[in-house]
Structures are given as C-alpha cells and as structure tokens.
Design a protein. Sequence first.
Lengths: 122, 695
Amino acid sequence: MIRSLVAVVDDDESVRESLPDLLRELGFEVQAFSSADAFLASAFLDDAECLILDVAMPGMSGPALQHELLRRRRRIPIVFITAHADENIRAQVLEAGAVACLLKPFTEAALLDAVMKGLRNP
Amino acid sequence: METSLASVVDELSQLRDQLDNEVAKGKRVEAALLESERESRLIVDRIPGLVATLTPAGEVEGVNNQVLEYCGRTLEELKQWGTSDTVHPEDLPRVIEVITQSMASGDPHEIEERIRRFDGAYRWFQVRGLPLRDATGRIVRWYVLLTDIDARKRAEAQLAGEKRLLEMVASSCPLTDVLTALCTFVEVISADCHCGVYLIDWSGPRFRNGAVPSLPATFNDPIDGLPVRREIGPCGQAALLKQQVIVTDLETDPLWQESAIRPLALAHGIRSHWSTPIYARDGRVLGTFAIFHREPASPTQIQQDLIAQVTHIASIAIERASSEAALKRSEAFLGEAQHLSRVGSFAWRVAKNDITWSEQLYRIFEFDPQVPVTLDLIGTRVHPEDLTLLHDMIARARSAASDFEYEHRLLMPDGSVKHLHLIAHGTKNESGEVEYIGATQDVTQRRLAEEALDKARSELAHVTRVMSLGALTASIAHEVNQPLSGIITNASTCLRMLDADPPNVDGARETAKRTIRDGNRAADVVTRLRALFSKKELTLESLDLNQAAREVIALSSSELQRNRVVLQAELADDLPPVKGDRVQLQQVILNLLRNASDAMVAVDDRPRQLMIRTERDPGERVRLTVKDAGEGFDFRTVDKLFEAFYTTKPSGMGIGLSVSRSIIESHHGRIWAEPNDGPGATFAFAIPCAVMRTV
C-alpha cells in the first residue's frame, strides 16, 4: 500500500527529530519543515495528505499558514500542535477547518487518531 | 565867765555853721539823688530791653516803656501781676515763690517765665532781679531786667521733643505711640492746632489713620480708609502730587468746595488745613502730616521748619516700623522654615570656642535653650560610634577655614537614633579668626523613608517577578511542555522500535538518547524558573551578560512569537563579565523585552521588530540595549518613565521600570530610554564590568 505523506511544520528542532520518527513507526511517510515558508516553497505542498502544524512560529505562524492555504484553495487536513493551552486559538483554528488541535505533550494515540481522521476526511 | 559864754557862743556858731553846711550838703545830696534818679529813669527807658523796678517789698514801682508796650497794660495793671495773667498761670506760683524768697534774703534772683504779650501770646523771658542798696546796705529798690528768650526756649523745647521722639523710634516703641507723641509735640510747640499723621496703604491706595490724638472719632473714623485721590482733600493731593498743600480757609477756598474733607472739617470747627507729604528715603510717599487750625491760618517760617523736622522724624519712624515688621516676619519665617525643614543653623567662632545655635538646633539635639552650647555638650549626644568622626571633623575645622560636610548620628536619652546632615562654610573675619556658619538637618525621617523605600522596592521586585509569573505561565508551560512532548514522542517511538520484529535497537537507542536530552532540557527550565522566583538578597557573582540575556530570550521567545514579534539578538563576542545578581539582571532584561513586545501590540503596518544587543561601553562598562518598533513614548515624559506607578499601558501597574531602575542602580549602573529615529523606542542599561583581580 502507498503510505500517506504527512508534512510536519515546526520551528522546534527536537519536534522535527522525534515526531517524524514516531509517524514513520506509525506507518506514514513524513517530511519535516522548520517554517511555514519552507513548506509553502517546497514540492511537497501539493503532495502532503495531512499537515501537522505548530501554532507559534517565528515569521508565519501556524494559523497564518492555515489561512494562506485556504486562500490558495489548497485543501489539506491540518492537525495543530501547540504547547500553549490557548482556547481562543484552538477555537479559531478548528473554526477554520482544522482536524484537531493537540496540546503538547500529546499521546501517540491522540496523534494517530487525529491524523487518521484527517486522512479519512480530506 | 565871759570867756566861757563867748566860747560857748562861738562853739554854737560853729555848730550852726556846721549844721548849715550839713543842711546845704544834704540838699545837694538830695538834688544829686533826684538827678541821678532822673538819669537812671532815662537810661532805663532807653535800654533796648524790658526793665522794671520793685520796691524793697516786691511791689512794682515802675516799668520802662518797653514793658508797657510789650504787655499792652498800664503800670497800675502791671502792679497787679501777682493776681493777673501777665505771668503764665503755670509759671506764676514759682515766680511768686522765687521773688518772695529773694526779697526776704536780699539775694539777686533769676527766673525763666512766660509773660503775656499784648496780643495774648506768651513768650519766654529770663527775668533777673538785682537789689540797689544805700550806704548802710539797706535795700532801697530792685532793678529787674527781662530778656526775651522765647526763640531759644522754643528751640530747646523743640530739640528736646525731637530727641524724645527719636528715642522712641530707636527703642522700637509702637508706631502709633511714636506718631501720637509726634502730633502732641507739634500741638504743644505750635499752640492752638490739631495734628494728624495719615499713613498710605498703596495697595488700595487708601489712607490709614496713623495718629490724630486731639480730634474726636467723629472726625477721624470717616477719614480712615478713604481712597487716596486728589478730590478727597489736601492730604490726597499732597500724597499724589508729592507737594505741600496749604489751605488757609477751607470754608472760602474755591478749590475745596467739593472735597470730602470740607464738610467734615467745618462740622468740627476746623477752618485751615495744611498737609505735607511724608517721604521715604527712596522718595516714595509713606503718608501725610496734617495740621488743622480752628481759625484761617497759614504757616510761619518757624512752623514750616517745625513741619519739615517732624515729617522727617515721622518718615524715620514709619520706615523703621515697616522694616522691623519685615524683619520680624522674616525671622518668624526663618524660624518656621527651620522648624518645618528640620534644619537648625549655627555659628562657631573656633578660637573662642563660641558656639551659637538656632532654636531649631536646640530642638534637634533636645537641649535646654538656656544652656550654652559647648563641644563637650555636643559630644554627650553624638552617637558613640560617630564620636571619632566628630573629633576628626573638629580637628580639621580648627586647622583651616574650609567648608565641610558630614553625616553623623545622635543617640538620644530615650535610646532613639537621629541622623543628621551637617554642612558648614568656613570664613576668616577681619582679625583672621576662623568662623563657621552652618546648617544641620535632621534627616532621620528621610533616612528611615529611604530604608523603607529600599525594602518596598525589593519587595516590589519580588512582586513583579511573581506577577510576571501569571503572564509567564503560558511561556513556562510552553517551555516545559516542549521537552515533555519530545520525551513522550521519543519514548513512544522507542517502544515501537523495540516492539518491532526484528527490534530496531539502534533507532531505539537514538530515541532513548533524545528522551534523556529532552528530560535534561525540562530540568533546566525548572531550575531557571526556581531561580527566577526565589526571593533572596542580592547575590553578586561574576557573570556573562550574554548568557543571562540568552536565558531570558529562551524564556520569552514563545511569548514573543505569540505576539508576532521578530526578535533579533546581536550579542557581542568580546563582552567582558559583569559583577551582579543574575536573577535581578535577568528580571530587568525580561522587563525590557516584555515592555518592547507590549509596545508593538497595535503595530500592523510594519514588522514588529525587536532588537536586543550587548556591547562594551567606554569606561569599563557593558551595555544592553532593547530596541522596539512600537508606538514609542512622548519624549517629554521620559523623566517619568522610571517612576513607580507611571505607566502608559492600560493594564500595566507601572512598577516594572522603576524596579528595573532600582536594580540597575544597585549595580552602580544606569538605565535610560530614548526615542528612535524611526518608530519605537530604545531602552538601555549599562553596568560596570567585573573588576579583574590580579592576585
């Protein structure tokens, strides 16, 4: 079977190290980016089937990237991850169509659940 | 017998001849006497003075024409002098007594008395009586010479009066008393008049009755408070035109028909009114001196001289009174000021060891103001630990007349401690003696306030740290959750790798290592936070400001990101270490970063650029600068920025910068703010580098 491609965008290096490894263990193809711009500029923009996106990043933030993708009509399931328990942002991104907003630290099960949900309902 | 008769006849004849001779001689003598009397009468009449003759019993026998003319009375009238008003009634008893005594003893007499002139005026005379005695020494007549000494007498009286007035002025009698005496004096010297001194309050300008002793309240009261205007009357005009105004007859003078004074004066029987300005030394008009008469009158030269003299004295009295009032005011003011400011003043003539203290200084030392101050006495109050300081100060003060300043404490009898701040200025007087004039301020309250303020500041510093906690919770959570997230993810990955078939041991080992790394990272965060929130005194250590800044940046970065602030750090490579309290300095840096971030919340038309920079400053200092692109601040309020409870933020408490300043100042550094050329503001502090010890 063709493994679904999941993109991870997070400025935190340790996340870019650990999360892709786990996702691969869970059976996905993974590509990590350190910023929203890097993702937008990459060839994987069109191929990614699910996007795991950090909320707070220097430059373009996660919600801003979500907005940009909507503007470009690039519909892609987004799973937000954040270390901030900010209900406003959570409500805002879910309203804008995000699949889930996971609060770090999150469990493997929660992550898998959210990604699978995204892949089911593109 | 015949011989004897003849001899008797002869003798008788001789006797008759002798008798004839004697008779003829007697007749000659009598004639000569009459002649001489006639001559002396002529002489007496021709003497340019007043002469009278008295019988040995003291009766007036004759007077010369001058007497008749002066008195305007007949000889018969003058003979009744003892019961008439020829001699001034006040002088009469004395005159009678002296003359009676003189008649009884036969000694010459000399009296000064007032004798009535034909017009009713009394003039002073010196009256000298000399007895004329016959061959047997019997008094046959008294010659009396009357010399007019009125001018001298008046001059003497005037002089004595002026002297008395000046003495009153000099002895600081109340002004009203002096002016009253002055008016009475003129009224005595220049008879039949009323005098008044009217002061001018130029703020009105209005007249104030200085003294009008011999006129009733019905006349005086309406004048007190009248505006100083020309149409009021002669005093108004005299004051405004600065010239004497003589109104001979108020009733007829056309100039004053409409004046306010006229009906009042006429109602009190006053006809003439003279007013003379009283000048201050600088030419200002202090008031007016008025003389009123009940008959139309104009001043004689003597009266004019008198007016000139008394207005001069009045001017001295008024000026003296006002300068004394001013002096008293300023003394009272000084005393009050000393009391309020808790400043006492002193003078110390070193050679004589003569010390003068102000009342307030006695109060500060709590010494009895009656007790003379000595250095020994001062020594009993000075705090034992500061005695050396006192002795050192005294020794230095004795050696040279230089200015000195020092702070010491007093130990009061009740065991309390006062802090004093003393400043003294040394001078040498004409004789080369060293003298100090100084001020001592009780700064106890200030010192206590400073200590309380320091305590409050450090508590505030703690409070702001704790308050930052609330706002920082998100950042802290982020900081902690980030490594936790890594730990969980890595651990999950690790388990999966180990559970795989075959187990991916290398991958598991790698993820386990990452787990440890993230665990350490979380522990670091906790350590930093614990340091940040522990309340402790300043702990000085040599530290790298760059490192301290990096830690703060790490703590704040997520919050800054959330606020879409782009942080740019330019930390100098060659930064020397500084000596300071890491936690407190980090508190300042954190505060500056947060302020910068807050200042850019509303900025949407440009990048929310925040620059933090460290660099070496001249003078062995290290500088940290935080530059934002926010709204900036009003340069006029730059002085206020660092004051406690001053804030430009709607939700701010305004303590961050004041606490920052107190921290930087306790590091012997400086913190400041300046507007940028472009948008935003730059805040910076500079603190000294750690001293490099070469041991």
